[in-house]
Ligand binder design. Structure first.
Ligand code: NAD
Length: 475
């Protein structure tokens, strides 16, 4: 199938292309040029997408699991066949550098193939010969998937693959800032999936709200901000939708005094600045033991000086721009506040007066614990370094947040690092590494970083209801 990835963006409703009377512009954040227009779905189109998914559910859910698994693995193959186009388009609409697009598109293929190997076992609670009690997992129906703009393809696949393997159908709504790859994915899959199994609709936040309130939608799987997560929880209550919410974070990294400074500085840099820090699990507060604070901060700043920020489509660029004007303005304000509060910058801090939403790598020297750069999720390349001397104190500071997504602990004494890790309130705690994900490892937030799990059998199970069948054979 030949698809032009760089023009003619249409939605996919009931296996067919759908345009819309209204449309909105999509901007390349590196140049601020309009690169495309995307359809702005009407309420009627959303209703049509949901009823198509509802109709398709009957056949899809009854299809043998092995067939659904094969089709989901086939989604991975299709992405791989078009990986070059996906990577170029992802960089254009999201801004990320080539290496980031390779990671995301390569990961999407891997996820499809691996999730397609998963199966939820039937649990036989009792089998006495004349009586069996078994619990199996059955699909829910129509899933509404809502995704953010930082990893628009991979985070959509994290939802599509398990939802479809489990026997559900879907309506996917990508972020209005980055709808293009998702629209092309829908187009690509028109030839692969039966009509209605995966509908892709584009539009603004209202469209998301319609989806979350729709009475024929059984579950919402959402990745985005905590503020929107709260709204979704409310609107999903109408028909008691199941919800999986992957929300914001303010991840601490705790660096113990025995680390190898040079090696750890480089790892911490990427822990914090990968994807220009537009990463839910970016290290957003770096707690460094006072004995190594000066040396490690010097090494971090030196390493930052070797990293190139620029247009993601240019060779040699390591980090791209901020994805959109709204987030860019928020970061500008955060920097202005930090300056007003007297914060000292070890590097960065000044936004260049040029085209594109570029924020320089900014490292803040030991700001007060209650300053905005520490308390708020920046979701951009502004990193506070914070000094500590006492373990109980730093663990309390690390946990003093409404978030609980992930964290990392760094130290050569593994027992000491492990003892710290166990006291951190977060869904994932890495020790001496960071950002390693797997389709077979559960991921989810504590506290206000989310509800539920993605990935692993636990994540697959979230796309099902449990059903117990009790059979009395002595009748
Ligand atoms: P956002 O909440 O503004 O938007 C996410 C999606 O929700 C978009 O598609 C948007 O159109 C839609 N939406 C907005 N209002 C809605 C409403 N009332 N009802 C239904 N849908 C609505 O988030 P964002 O700015 O796109 O993403 C950044 C946030 O996402 C950060 O807080 C980040 O930490 C978080 N995030 C979390 C994870 C994770 O796995 N936990 C991963 C990536 C990003």
């Amino acid at each position: 199938m030949t698809i032009d990835f760089f023009s003619n963006y249409t939605m996919t409703i009931d296996g067919e292309a759908a345009t819309s009377q209204a449309s909105f512009e999509v901007i390349n954040p590196a140049t601020e040029d309009v690169i495309a227009t995307a359809p702005d779905a009407s309420r009627e189109q959303l209703d049509r997408a949901v009823s198509s998914a509802k109709a398709a559910f009957v056949g899809w859910s009854r299809r043998p699991l092995t067939e659904r698994q094969a089709l989901v693995a086939g989604i991975g193959d299709a992405i791989e066949r078009h990986s070059e186009d996906f990577m170029r388009l992802l960089t254009l609409e999201q801004g990320k550098a080539r290496a980031g697009s390779e990671w995301e598109i390569g990961g999407s293929t891997i996820w499809c193939r691996e999730i397609a190997t998963q199966e939820l076992a039937v649990h036989m609670a009792e089998d006495s010969g004349t009586r069996t009690v078994e619990t199996r997992r059955v699909p829910l129906g129509v899933v509404g998937a809502i995704t953010p703009w930082n990893f628009p393809v991979l985070l959509a696949i994290w939802k599509i693959a398990p939802a479809l393997v489990a026997g559900n159908t879907m309506v996917l709504k990508p972020s209005p800032w980055t709808p293009l790859c998702s629209l092309k994915l829908g187009e690509l899959l028109r030839d692969i999936l039966p009509p209605g199994v995966l509908n892709v609709v584009s539009g603004g936040n209202d469209l998301g709200a319609w989806l979350t309130r729709h009475s024929d939608v059984s579950k919402i799987s959402f990745t985005g901000s905590t503020a929107t997560g709260r709204k979704i929880m409310e609107s999903a209550s109408g028909n008691l939708k199941r919800i999986t919410l992957e929300l914001g974070g303010n991840d601490p990294a705790i660096v113990l005094p025995d680390v190898d400074i040079e090696k750890t500085a480089k790892e911490l840099f990427w822990a914090a600045f990968q994807n220009s820090s537009q990463f839910c699990v970016a290290a957003k507060r770096l707690y460094i033991h006072e004995d190594i604070y000066d040396e490690l901060s010097r090494a971090l700043v030196a390493y930052a000086g070797t990293v190139k920020v620029g247009d993601g489509s240019h060779q040699g660029t390591d980090l791209g721009p901020i994805q959109n004007r709204m987030q860019f303005d928020k970061l500008k304000e955060m920097l202005a506040d930090a300056k007003r509060d007297g914060c000292q910058f070890l590097t960065g801090g000044d936004i260049p007066d040029s085209k594109g939403y570029f924020v320089p790598i900014t490292i803040v020297d030991n700001p007060p614990e209650d300053s905005a750069v520490v308390v708020e999720e920046a979701f951009g390349p502004i990193l506070p370094l914070l000094k500590f001397s006492d373990l109980d104190d730093v663990i309390a500071r690390a946990n003093d947040t409404e978030y609980g997504l992930a964290a990392s602990v760094w130290g050569k004494d593994i027992d000491a690092a492990r003892a710290v890790a166990e006291r951190i309130e977060a869904g994932t705690v890495w020790i001496n590494e960071v950002h390693t994900f797997s389709p077979h490892v559960a991921f989810g937030g504590h506290k206000q970083s989310g509800i539920g799990i993605e990935n692993a059998l636990e994540g697959l199970g979230e796309y099902t209801n449990s059903q117990t069948i009790v059979t009395n054979r002595a009748a």
